[in-house]
Design a protein around this ligand. Structure first.
Ligand code: PA5
Length: 377
């Protein structure tokens, strides 16, 4: 029997109830979509820099860090061929030069206290960008309230990565509200229905033999996971890499086709001592384009025998978001089971907290708050 089939031991080890929280993602997606649906964009927000005027944006910038901004990556892959303006994900203290009054900036910070996000937010404010925010509160939540900036409030008390449905689902809904795309809310609802169904087969009570997430975790144990995506699965591959890092506490990497066929693939020529620590997960879709199918097969041939495992994760559903989130869900749950199989707490985040604490001495978040407060009329 796999250690992942001892249900009592699993529940005890998962002290913060991460498994149960992830099994609620379908409901979380719907609730988040509703929260976004309920907010309205004002015609104007007054600031000391001048009025922010909300209209049709000519670019969208999703600003944030880590688990908070990854929803922006999913949004980009979901909408790149339907939204007529550029959608960018921005992870830095400073805003790109083009951002101005016609740019929609959505600042996403679960805690609302992340210094990079706050700095970029205050800069966007000074440039009179159309700003909105998604947060559970913190400094960002307070500033938005004082200024009258539209904010999707999400429930507090989670870790940012557990809150992905809350942080992601408002993004497509907001874009749809602004007339930048159609049918996105419908896709969120379809994907939620699929995840609800999938959750029945991924929970701790379902044994490894019938549980794809436990099976994947068992395969990955003792290896360094690399996730290879393609097309709109690029962001999914990236998110899974981060979940193996944050939940399972293992190094992990990602890349995507066709790009990796032009550089990374050379690395697999290395001697076995360098390649054997890795497992490779290929994301697959029954509708993948012929050229991608050929590339995956050719890459698998090169990797087979070099990596210690070559695995596949298959998308379910027919709509794009269903496909993306179905792959993501199995991988997310696998990252939790991998943590528990390794005897580590998927909830803990010592290294991230440690770096945040070391940086706090510079008082950047407070500086950003002061900069934004100076613009309150
Ligand atoms: O997953 C995490 O906890 C981190 O990646 C955080 O999301 C990141 O540090 C940013 O913090 P916040 O999400 O509170 O803005």
């Amino acid at each position: 029997m796999s250690c992942l089939d001892d249900v009592e031991a699993l529940r005890k080890a998962d002290v913060h109830g991460m498994l149960a929280a992830y099994l609620r993602w379908a409901d979380n997606l719907l609730e988040a979509a509703k929260r976004a649906e309920d907010i309205s964009f004002p015609a104007e927000v007054r600031t000391r820099a001048g009025p922010i005027r909300y209209g049709e944006p000519d670019a969208v910038v999703i600003v944030g860090m880590g688990g908070s901004v990854v929803g922006g990556e999913l949004l980009k892959d979901l909408t790149w061929d339907v939204v007529p303006v550029p959608v960018l994900v921005w992870r830095d203290y400073h805003m790109p030069a083009f951002a101005g009054p016609d740019t929609l900036v959505i600042a996403v910070s679960y805690s609302g206290n992340t210094e990079e996000t706050l700095m970029a937010f205050s800069e966007a404010l000074g440039r009179k960008c159309m700003i909105a925010a998604i947060t559970s509160g913190g400094i960002l939540g307070q500033l938005c309230k004082r200024l009258g900036i539209p904010v999707v409030e999400v429930p507090a008390g989670l870790k940012p990565r557990m809150a992905l449905p809350y942080l992601f689902a408002p993004l497509p809904v907001l874009l749809e509200k602004l007339g930048l795309a159609k049918g996105l809310k419908g896709q969120v609802e379809e994907a939620a229905a699929l995840l609800r169904h999938m959750a029945e087969d991924l929970g701790p009570d379902v044994p490894t033999a019938r549980n794809k997430a436990k099976e994947l975790a068992s395969e990955l144990k003792g290896t360094i996971p690399i996730v290879y995506g393609f097309g709109f699965f690029r962001s999914v591959a990236y998110r899974l890499k981060t979940q193996f890092n944050e939940n399972s506490k293992v190094p992990s990497f990602y890349n995507w086709l066709p790009a990796l066929n032009h550089d990374e693939v050379m690395g697999w020529e290395a001697e076995d001592a360098l390649t054997k620590p890795f497992s490779v997960i290929f994301i697959r879709d029954r509708d993948e384009a012929l050229e991608i199918r050929h590339r995956i097969e050719a890459t698998k041939e090169l990797v087979a025998g070099k990596a210690s495992k070559v695995l596949e994760l298959h998308a379910l559903g027919s709509e794009r978001l269903e496909k993306m989130l179905s792959v993501l869900y199995v991988g997310e749950m696998a990252s939790l089971y991998l943590a528990l199989a390794r005897g580590v707490d998927p909830y803990a985040m010592a290294s991230i907290d440690d770096i945040k604490e070391k940086l706090a001495v510079l008082g950047m978040a407070e500086k950003a708050r002061a900069r934004a407060e100076a613009l309150v009329p």
